[in-house]
Design a protein around this ligand. Structure first.
Ligand code: PMP
Length: 403
């Protein structure tokens, strides 16, 4: 049977993620991996979760924990999130929060909610690979969201009409972005809001790494800035996607969307149709752990990751040859490296795995047009400091030989 004839056109742009393939390498013990941008399991609050699951399965909640529940999500968890959003300058109510199975599900639903084939999504160049994966299924055209450019709203709108659609949203990871580690400054956030106003489009604010700031001043989220302008979340076009994956535990798959109620109401319908609700007991456990230890736990992981970031930046400065550049993130998990133009990071990865046993992600995977072949992403979240130093030293030796 020719399955390609049977599969819908939306599957045509789905390719095996280079990162998923690479994650398989993490199992090989002699590989130093700077590839997967995943939390260090040694930092999981395991005991707190053991207690939380045990509590959920006893007493008043034991039946509810294993039962179907509402699509909007577990009330006490939504209430806790409302409190956190208020601290970020985003006053809202429980009705502005939908619990999703990871923020990845939020991105999928938002693509499903807004993109018809041929519509345009404005994205970073590079951008989060998983966002491309989520949106690709809805067959959009991508255009480059570049806060430094002087392209007008009309330029974007005219280009979008060429594929028979219109611009629907701008997507961006504002703090310590995956893959670059860069943070959008206040002016750039306001610029995107202005552009969104002119184009009359939504803004998707991906805040997956927001709590992981190691130094520098926090910058108010795009949604908070828009609330200052408009006075009320109900008047806002920004849709904030949060996640517990980087702070508590990714395996429980709990994230959230915070937005005006018409957006949440539509997303609830999409969630009902897709998976009814996120796992009840996982939401309960996250609610308990978040309520009891969130701030102290986040302080602990920030200290650990920030030391690893410093270590990676020092090693890069000590070993990388002339002509290689890299970002200096104020948080998150990633450093983005730009090699001289003539070097290809996919070739380099092949070589590196063979001779140096060091893994990273070639940068072109994060560009909608496959450009950026001389870039690569290094994650400092998993390895200890000795390993980071050794891995960067080996990688730099390989690059030095190639430049
Ligand atoms: N957004 C960004 C920028 C990410 O890096 C990730 C995870 N790698 C996600 C969203 C999805 O995370 P989750 O679904 O685990 O919340």
């Amino acid at each position: 049977m020719d399955w390609a004839e049977i599969f819908a056109s939306r599957t045509k742009r789905m390719a095996a993620s280079e990162i998923r393939e690479l994650l398989k390498l993490l199992d090989q013990p002699d590989i130093i991996s700077f590839a997967g941008g995943i939390p260090d399991p040694a930092l999981f609050p395991t005991k707190a979760f053991q207690d939380a699951f045990s509590d959920a399965l006893s007493g008043d909640t034991q039946d509810a924990a294993l039962q179907y529940s509402v699509s909007e999500g577990y009330g006490p968890l939504r209430d806790w999130i409302v409190g956190e959003m208020a601290k970020l300058g985003i006053p809202c109510s429980r009705d502005n929060i939908l619990i999703t199975s990871g923020s990845q599900q939020g991105l999928d639903y938002l693509g499903k909610m807004m993109l018809s084939p041929g519509d345009t999504a404005l994205i970073g160049w590079p951008t989060y690979l998983g966002a491309l994966g989520a949106f690709n299924a809805y067959e959009p055209r991508y255009d480059r969201l570049n806060s430094g450019s002087n392209r007008s709203a009309k330029d974007y709108a005219d280009a979008a009409r060429e594929t028979g659609g219109r611009v629907k949203f701008a997507y961006m990871s504002v703090d310590f972005a995956n893959p670059t580690g860069e943070t959008l400054d206040a002016a750039a956030r306001d610029h995107v809001l202005d552009l969104a106003e002119e184009l009359d489009i939504a803004v998707i604010e991906d805040a997956a790494y927001q709590s992981l700031r190691y130094d520098g001043e926090a910058i108010a989220p795009v949604l908070a800035r828009e609330i200052v302008r408009k006075g009320d979340i109900e008047a806002c076009r920004t849709i904030y996607c949060g996640s517990f994956s980087k702070t508590l535990a990714p395996g429980l798959r709990v994230g959230w969307v915070c937005a005006a109620q018409p957006v949440i109401a539509q997303l609830v319908l999409l969630k009902q149709a897709a998976d009814l609700h996120s796992a009840t007991i996982n939401q309960m456990a996250i609610a308990t752990v978040a309520t009891t230890i969130f701030d102290s736990h986040v302080a602990k992981i920030r200290a650990a990751y920030s030391a690893r970031r410093d270590c990676m930046l020092e090693a890069l400065a000590a070993h990388m040859p002339e002509g290689v550049e890299w970002t200096r993130p104020e948080g998150g998990m990633f450093v983005w490296v730009t090699l001289p133009e003539h070097l290809n990071s996919s070739d380099l990865l092949e070589q590196s795995l063979k001779t140096e046993r060091v893994a990273f992600v070639p940068g072109h995977a994060f560009f909608a047009d496959g450009s950026g072949t001389n870039t690569l992403r290094l994650s400092f979240s998993r390895a200890d400091e000795t390993t980071i130093r050794e891995g960067v030293r080996r990688l730099a030796a390989l690059i030095s030989a190639a430049v």
